[in-house]
Design a protein around this ligand. Sequence first.
Ligand code: SF4
Ligand code: SF4
Length: 435
Amino acid sequence: MLKKLVGVHIERKKKTKYLNIETMEPVEYIKIPLYRDLKEIVNIGEYVKKGQELAKGEQTPSLHSSISGVVENILIGNVERDNYTKLIVIKNDFEENTLETHYYEAEDDIMKFFDTDKFFEYIKEKGIIGMGGGAYPTYMKLKSAYEKKVHTLVINGCECEPYLNCDNRLMQEKTKEIVEGINILTTILDIKNIVIALEDDKKEAFLEFKKIIKNYPRISVKLLKKIYPLGEERILIKEIFRMEIAKDELPLNRGYLVQNVATIYAIYEALFNGKGTIERVITIAGEGIEENKNLKVKIGTPLKDIINYLGINERLKKIVIGGPMTGKTVYDYNNVYVQKNYGGFLFLSKEEINDRKTEACIYCGTCVDKCPMGLLPLRFEELTNAKEVEELKLIRIEDCIECGVCTYVCPSNRPLLETIVIGKKMVREVGKSDK
Ligand code: SF4
Ligand code: SF4
């Protein structure tokens, strides 16, 4: 019998749940970091249009300019914490001079143009990555799904992290576009069965989808009981289809492709409007910022400009990129720029963060009881601290999905996830040197 999903119930979404998406005013400079194998294809002093390709990679999806203006600099800079990488700096001319791109008016038109290889290349060229946080190149995942002949597409609209509502708003305000994106994607990949999955606090989005999918018999929409971390791929599949996928097996190998809803919207924009991923919706929330919003922001917008736009206050204690469970703490907001996989910026007050003292483990077992993957977080911590890499492997530290539930529930406030991330890295390093 399948085990009931364990996890935690955390609210804190109400403040931004009913706020419509607003577009942020343009800023003077954008700064776009180049990661992995991306190489710039523009030069200092060159004029670029909005939507123009700035950088390309062998493997990594392209980067595009989200404004028109002049490439003022290409330099090695600090991005987030201790992360030095190349940055393209563009000065805005505020003309919104946009590159003309080919786009398709209807599904028939798209189907005539694309064979699957061309389609994957196009998705790469338009810079689409997993926008739910993972940042995995979408073309690679779709190609793999096609080769493995997957039968089911699950659209992940759970957005289970507290505070975040960017996907929720997108699903309500761009429902038709998302459904059209799903339809064309599954026609190209020949996927027969589609389920849009939402947590049951998103009834408004559920009803919008219900209206639109009447004309799409292959698509269904399902409300699932809200619990964190429902959005993890294996957990989501288990909750929808009541079947378990082994921890060391990929859902794709069992015929399931899971895509985040914002990624589907990016695919729609690329196909029907010829757009690269140059902007995204992010949730700005917390008591430390004057206004909470769901904001459409250009990729490369400096966080300090968002702060100037909305105004921080004296209650601010901590800034987080993403959600509070899996997000990254910001140590210097001068080095942070909006990237494609950022779903939010949280400006948290003392009351909103956990600043309790760390105490010794009392062996209460709560972290074990609440781990959704059935793992042993407290042993991971002990073995990581003792550098027992072989033992860590044996008790499958690599199966940890880094959801942060163990840290959240620990009465002694142990930094379990932080230590687990170190432990996983140690296991990977040993794995590499064994090869
Ligand atoms: S051990 Fe990993 S999967 Fe389990 S609760 Fe902790 S972070 Fe989540
Ligand atoms: S929840 Fe915290 S105190 Fe309890 S067993 Fe786990 S690490 Fe120890």
